[in-house]
Design a protein around this ligand. Sequence first.
Ligand code: AMP
Ligand code: ZN
Length: 114
Amino acid sequence: MADCIFCKIVKKEIPSEVLYEDEEVLAFKDINPVAPVHVLVIPKKHLISVNDLVDQDVSLIGNIFIVIKKLAAQLGIAESGFRVVTNTGPDSGQVVGHLHFHLIGGKSLGVKIG
Ligand code: AMP
Ligand code: ZN
């Protein structure tokens, strides 16, 4: 989508620190990290949020979670633990309207999720 910041990152029109890329998935460092490890894993195709998912996206979402698992191992947080967050819609505080999964770890995150 033309005005979408993450679509621009996919097209390399905006720079990012890419950690993983394949035909359908991109992972890059969050520009405003909340923990020592804070990576965003996104589908390259523009989906606004979980609300946009259809049955045909099942393998895409599965692949994204395999990427998350591999990145967690590569970044050294598989054993210490991590959190995967996907904000969806206004009450979640979603700011960027392109589906993304936050991979957060590298410190104790506590129990607060809301
Ligand atoms: P959310 O609140 O779930 O929509 O999260 C959006 C995330 O995108 C925030 O954590 C931002 O720090 C991050 N973000 C926004 N712009 C960029 C950018 N150009 N490069 C990397 N991360 C970004
Ligand atoms: Zn987009």
